[in-house]
Every structure is written in structure tokens, then in C-alpha cells.
Write a protein that binds this ligand. Sequence first.
Ligand SMILES: Nc1ncnc2c1ncn2[C@@H]1O[C@H](COP(=O)(O)OP(=O)(O)O)[C@@H](O)[C@H]1O
Ligand SMILES: [Mg+2]
Length: 225
Amino acid sequence: MLAKIENLVKDYYLGKTTVHALRELSFGIEKGEFLSIVGPSGSGKTTLLNLIGCLDLPTKGDVFINGKNVSHLSDNEATNLRLKTIGFIFQSFNLIPVLNVYENIEFPLLLLGIKAGQRKEAVVSMAQKVGLHEYLIHKPDELSGGQRQRVAIARALVGNPLLVLADEPTANLDGETGHIIIDLMLEMNRELGTTFVFSTHDEMVIKHAQRKIFLHDGKIDRIEE
Ligand SMILES: Nc1ncnc2c1ncn2[C@@H]1O[C@H](COP(=O)(O)OP(=O)(O)O)[C@@H](O)[C@H]1O
Ligand SMILES: [Mg+2]
């Protein structure tokens, strides 16, 4: 098992009110899985992905990644773990606007201290896989939404992470482009064996997932294989 989520609770405190965003969630993520977290807006999808990705700490409960409990990491430890093990894809792409496609994809490799020659090989090969090899010197604002999300996928995968987390990766794309992006993620999952967890509230993209966890009000409503 690649990751284990155990009795996960996340409360947000807003003045005197407490928002119960996640209420005792438990499930496992197998290596190589293509898993979808499905639920309406406010059901806890982003909160859950942020906790799995060590971007935030749980109120109670635990997240294990590769057997290691990551629920109490310091900022430094979390940053390090994220860099080496986790790739992120966001609904708003989160590319660096002043960097071109090549440089955006290369960015995590610079942080990892990978040597120049190896970086170039990895960036070019990944750009080819996502179909962007002819756009390497373009800036994000010269690309369509679908192309931007391809850059984000390449950037998430270039460091060869164990786990890729994608928070509503198709929410800002039209339906057809959304399908193409999910299909590309599925292709990367098959080709590279990378584990993917992506959230969505779009009925049309759910069918691409192997396993679906339906969230409602911070709880697991049901799991479909
Ligand atoms: N930073 C925050 N502060 C307070 N409440 C939050 C915060 N983030 C999310 N929430 C609340 O937690 C619940 C779950 O939100 P979220 O995880 O963003 O759901 P989803 O991604 O499914 O839309 C919602 O009620 C939301 O309003
Ligand atoms: Mg969300």
C-alpha cells in the first residue's frame, strides 16, 4: 500500500464557529492506482488532498505515505517529502508566468539539485510525452488552458514522484479538453506506473477513474470499484 489514511479529521476554526471539513475518514491508496475523489463543492476534496500532500496538518488522525507517518512533520520535513515524493496538479494550473514551458517543467529538478545534462534529458522527454515538445520556449500566457494543464502534468511527473495529486484538474477546462487531460493522466499512470489521485465534481470525468471514493459532508459516502 502506497498511502494509508486513518481516522482523518480536519476542523477549521472561524472565530467562534468550527467547520468540520473531514470527519474520521479512513481508506488506503494502492501503488499504481488511478483513484478519483468525487464530491460536490464543500465536501472536503481539497482539504483531503492537501492533507495527503502534506500541505496542511490534520486536526486528528494520521496519513502514512510509504509506511511513514507524515501527520506531524515540520515545515522543512514536509517540503522535503513533497519535493521527493509528491507531484501536484491544480485546477488553476499554477505555472510560473515569467518562465517558459521548458523552465516550468525543469523547476522541480532545479530544487532537487539534478545536474544540467540529466535535467535537459528529463524535461525534453517529459515534454514529448505530454505533446508539448514544439512549445518549449512559449510562456504560459501564450498557451491554451489544455496546454497549460499539460505543462502542469509534465512538471508534476518530471521528478518521478511516487504519488501525483490533482485537485479538480479539469475544472477550468471545457468538457472535451477535460477528457483529453484525464486521458493523458491515465496514459502516464499506465506508462510510468505513477499513482494518481484526482478530485472532481464532474460526472463526465468520473468514469475515467478506476476506483471512486464519494465524499459527502466530510465523510465517505461510498466507494465504487
Ligand atoms: N481555510 C479554510 N478555513 C475555513 N474553512 C475552510 C477552509 N478551507 C475549507 N473550508 C471549509 O471546509 C469545507 C470543505 O472545503 P473543501 O475541502 O475546500 O471542499 P471541496 O474542495 O470539496 O470544495 C467547506 O465547508 C469549506 O467551506
Ligand atoms: Mg476544492
